[in-house]
Ligand binder design. Structure first.
Ligand SMILES: *Cc1c(COP(=O)(O)O)cnc(C)c1O
Length: 402
């Protein structure tokens, strides 16, 4: 039954969103939430009965469907079943969780690590467990939403600095009281632009102003550094990041998030993080898959190199064709389109030629900077990448992006 009295802000908010979505759907320009039917190797997927080149995957090393990882997940189900007995603190911890956490600590060159049930919740709970009223948290303007939400939830003074701008960060650090707790947080690789945080600059500032440093490696684990160990390896600055955060849902083809750091930091989080204490443990299959994935990365280091050369080929080829790929240096390659409409139209053309790529529009990115957010992986062959670039070129000329 209709509630007669409800014509309020909640109702209007829901209606406004639905109107916008339905309008885009009617124009045939809605590309989100499309079900993928099958994986055909790492570089192709079956969508709406058509095989398409996959250029929207976060599986940077092409590990999704890897036989060793699948087998590890299956063995874990056979051994432990499909869930746990609840939260980690009580009966939910399995030996598997400890093995995974030891592996992450070793891989990240840290004393210890702790896992959570998603990357999103890892940022939310970690930032809000570390800082509170009277503390200061400094966050790059382009940081991921989960960091922003963690900062807001914490109740700390939330200071945003200009994207990757060390002068601005320094000015803001200087303004904070010397005695206040200070935490600087940034993505290692920015999730919409693909550029890399100036780690040497941030580390230097954190040292000089007595701030803690937290870096989100969602898009740098397996991507940066000769062995895929991430941003510290990339810059040769091992041991400089206090709070090393990452997800188990991108390069690692599972789900979950982790924090690696000092033994005391991890002990603190196990007893203070509300997501750790009040939410169920990672299921065995996902923990086992993640554990095996770290082993595979170490055994198949060639994947890291393949990713790097694919990313380089993709970025150079797009630039040569006249596209603006912004400041990316990684596997996340923005193909700048301008208006939301142009980004939607580019996507439609790409899909018609069986290249699966997705647009990012406002408010996820500033108005006028709508783009295709294309990604390459270690699984792509050079021909796959050439083909996608040719498709983008035809579409770009037709739509007036190049
Ligand atoms: C994807 C992402 C997350 C969230 O990770 P999930 O495991 O998907 O919840 C956090 N930070 C960044 C930068 C991300 O890109």
């Amino acid at each position: 039954m209709e509630n007669e009295r409800r014509d309020d802000s909640i109702e209007r908010r829901i209606r406004a969103m639905c109107t916008r979505v339905q309008q885009i759907q009617q124009e045939g320009l809605y590309f989100y939430n499309i079900p993928i039917e099958e994986l055909h190797g790492g570089a192709r997927v079956l969508v709406n009965g058509r095989e398409m080149g996959m250029f929207a995957s976060y599986g940077y090393l092409g590990l999704l469907g890897h036989p060793r990882i699948n087998a590890a997940a299956q063995r874990a189900v056979a051994k432990y079943g499909s869930g746990t007995h609840g939260v980690r603190t009580l009966a939910g911890t399995l030996t598997l969780h400890r093995e995974l956490e030891d592996m992450i600590a070793e891989f990240k060159g840290a004393e210890a690590a702790v896992t959570f049930s998603s990357g999103y919740v890892t940022n939310l709970t970690t930032v809000s467990a570390l800082v509170g009223r009277h503390d200061y948290v400094f966050s790059d303007k382009l940081n991921h939403a989960s960091i922003v939400d963690g900062c807001l939830l914490s109740g700390a003074k939330f200071v945003r600095f200009r994207h990757n701008d060390m002068n601005d960060l320094e000015e803001k650090l200087r303004e904070a009281p010397t005695t206040a707790g200070k935490l600087v947080v940034a993505d290692a690789v920015f999730s919409m632009d693909g550029d890399i945080i100036d780690l040497p600059g941030v580390v230097d500032l954190c040292r000089r102003y007595g701030a803690w440093l937290m870096i989100d490696e969602a898009h740098s684990l397996g991507v940066l550094g000769k062995n895929g160990k991430g941003i510290e390896e990339h810059f040769g600055l091992e041991g400089t990041v206090d709070i090393k955060m990452g997800t188990l849902s991108k390069t690692i083809p599972s789900v979950g998030g982790y924090i690696a750091g000092s033994a005391d930091l991890i002990r603190y989080l196990r007893h203070q993080s509300r997501a750790y204490i009040f939410s169920a443990a990672l299921p065995p299959a996902q923990a086992a898959a993640a554990l095996e994935a770290f082993r595979v990365i170490q055994d198949e280091v060639w994947r890291v190199e393949a990713l790097r050369s694919n990313a380089e080929m993709f970025i150079k080829g797009l630039k040569r064709r006249g596209f603006d790929t912004m400041k990316t240096e990684t596997a996340i390659v923005p193909v700048l389109c301008g208006t939301d409409e142009k980004a939607f139209a580019m996507t439609r053309e790409a899909h018609q030629e069986d290249v699966f790529v997705l647009p990012v529009v406002s408010p996820a990115v500033p108005e006028g900077l709508a783009r295709l957010r294309a990604t390459v992986t270690a699984a792509h062959a050079p021909e796959d990448i050439e083909h996608a670039m040719d498709v983008f070129e035809r579409a770009g000329k037709k739509i007036g992006v190049i």
